[in-house]
Design a protein around this ligand. Structure first.
Ligand code: UN1
Length: 510
């Protein structure tokens, strides 16, 4: 607990900044330097309940506005995000450690999402559906679900909150948002933007805190939909808890053990380029990052030599410098987790090809001795589905090279042999192999001759199998935050039924 409680940033509930009941605070730490960036109040169940109550009270007024009027508030935020991209991008980089081009891209992705959601206010929102009965007008209409709890991760601290909140708000829901405890400063700035946009009180609420505040959102009876993006462990817990509650929905997007299949027909430049980006961008801390490179035996040695050479040289350093490729890991728990998986790889008998997990003193940038540095860890292993290290997500620059023999089907079989199914890619010049991957890879996001990262917001984002249920992101979030009404109107004075059902009322007297 800190001594400077008076200076700690507060929650934003019902249109006001509030310290809440708890005196407890937590700090945001720059993972590249160890410096404290700010101090934040830590929410308890009491603050979450107040926020949920405020969100419930605001629902009526908010849903009474037109889509276009609600979108006006989002357009304000769109312009703010555009104008402040560089400034906010730098804050993203300082708070979560990803290099500066990625920090800015996070903000760009956020305003793309806001643009899409606000623009969608003027697009059709349902379907006109034919009826069997000529006199009936049938349609599918959407209604907001009510209060949406948003729990977001640190690796995209501005983009993912808007994946959750932009469409949700335009559709007429109100929001209680808890940002990741590693990136509360980004949360603070986004809340200031909502305040400046003058969004009606209680429509947007921010609670800062840790997992217990997230659990309070999930458990609150006043929350109608929970949107979660983060670890599989937490996501499955949320989906389980919410699944048991009638009328409540959870949409969870979780991790992956993403793979790239590099076939005998691959263009090697594309293969190496795609693999390096997929495995090491964001220091391996995207849910879509690749930790498995499945390479045809005929091309294996060639690929391995080139990939290893780059993994040995790729620049790890100050994320604010434009020539850095990999910044630090985001927090000490991440370092421990990835290190444990690197150790596990050795225990499971792999051959380690590159181990830059601990950077040498010369590699650590000056003044950044306290940074959470970790470079690439690359190993090779024959495929064995009993190994943990090629099945479990490390969420770091930890990558396996796995040779395969036979046809593309054999590569895809290894690719699919995981509980997860988020993102994947194939590298090949043969369209038959590419189409085979497209049709049989068990993933929600599939790429050919590209890295398996970098989805744009106008595509659905989410996984299959253990990687996700529902789509808490991008355009597809509409399914999680609206209810559909199948609406039928009779234009006739007679009642006629479909399916040949009789509409006659029989009485005993007839
Ligand atoms: C994540 O992987 O955690 O597709 C989110 C991408 C980004 C979002 C990634 N648009 O890489």
């Amino acid at each position: 607990m800190s001594q400077q409680i008076a200076e700690a940033h507060e929650h934003h509930i019902d249109g006001e900044w509030t310290a809440g009941e708890s005196e407890e605070t937590f700090e945001s730490i720059n993972p590249a330097t160890g410096e404290t960036l700010g101090e934040f109040r830590r929410a308890t169940e009491a603050e979450v309940e107040r926020a949920v109550e405020a969100a419930n009270e605001a629902t009526e007024e908010w849903r009474a506005l037109s889509y276009v009027d609600r979108a006006e508030y989002l357009w304000e935020i769109y312009h703010e995000l555009r104008e402040r991209t560089d400034e906010l991008g730098e804050i993203v980089t300082k708070e979560c450690g990803k290099e500066i081009s990625e920090g800015r891209a996070d903000v760009v992705e956020a305003y793309h999402m806001v643009e899409w959601a606000a623009g969608n206010a003027r697009h059709p929102h349902g379907d006109v559906v034919p009826s069997e009965i000529a006199e009936k007008d049938a349609s599918m209409r959407r209604k907001p679900r009510g209060v949406v709890g948003c729990i977001t991760p640190w690796n995209f601290p501005v983009a993912i909150p808007f994946w959750h909140m932009a469409v949700t708000l335009v559709e007429g829901n109100t929001v209680v948002w808890k940002p990741a405890e590693q990136t509360p400063w980004c949360g603070q700035i986004v809340a200031e933007m909502f305040e400046e946009a003058d969004i009606p009180d209680g429509v947007f609420n921010l609670v800062q805190g840790h997992g217990d505040a997230g659990s309070a959102i999930v458990d609150s009876p006043g929350v109608d939909t929970v949107l979660f993006t983060g670890s599989a462990e937490v996501g499955h817990e949320i989906a389980g808890a919410v699944g048991g509650e009638a009328g409540k929905l959870a949409a969870c997007e979780m991790g992956g053990k993403n793979g790239i299949v590099i076939t005998d027909e691959a263009d090697m430049d594309i293969a190496v380029h795609s693999a390096v980006m997929s495995s090491f961008k964001t220091t391996g801390q995207r849910c879509v990052s690749s930790e498995r490179l499945i390479v045809h035996e005929d091309r294996y040695e060639e690929f391995k030599d080139r990939f290893v050479e780059i993994a040995q040289q790729v620049s790890v350093g100050d994320p604010l410098e434009e020539d850095t490729f990999m910044g630090p890991l985001a927090d000490p728990d991440q370092v421990e987790k990835v290190q444990d998986y690197n150790d596990l790889a050795r225990e499971e008998g792999v051959d380690v090809l590159v181990d830059r997990a601990e950077l040498s003193d010369e590699e650590v940038p000056e003044g950044h001795e306290e940074g959470l540095w970790m470079g690439p860890f690359v190993y090779e292993t024959d495929y064995d589905s009993g190994m943990r290290v090629t099945q479990e997500e490390a969420f770091g620059p930890h990558v396996a090279l796995i040779p395969y023999s036979g046809d593309i089907e054999d590569g895809i079989e290894i690719h699919n042999d995981t509980d997860y199914g988020l993102a994947g890619a194939v590298v090949s010049e043969d369209y038959r192999q590419i189409n085979q991957f497209r049709d049989h890879a068990e993933v929600g996001l599939a790429y050919a001759n590209l890295p398996c990262i970098g989805a744009e917001i106008q595509l659905p984002f989410g996984g299959v199998k253990a990687s996700g249920n529902g789509y808490p992101s991008a355009r597809e979030v509409i399914e999680a935050v609206t209810e559909r009404t199948a609406w039928t109107l009779n234009n006739s004075k007679d009642i006629q039924m479909a399916q040949g059902l009789s509409a006659d009322i029989m009485t005993n007297e007839e």
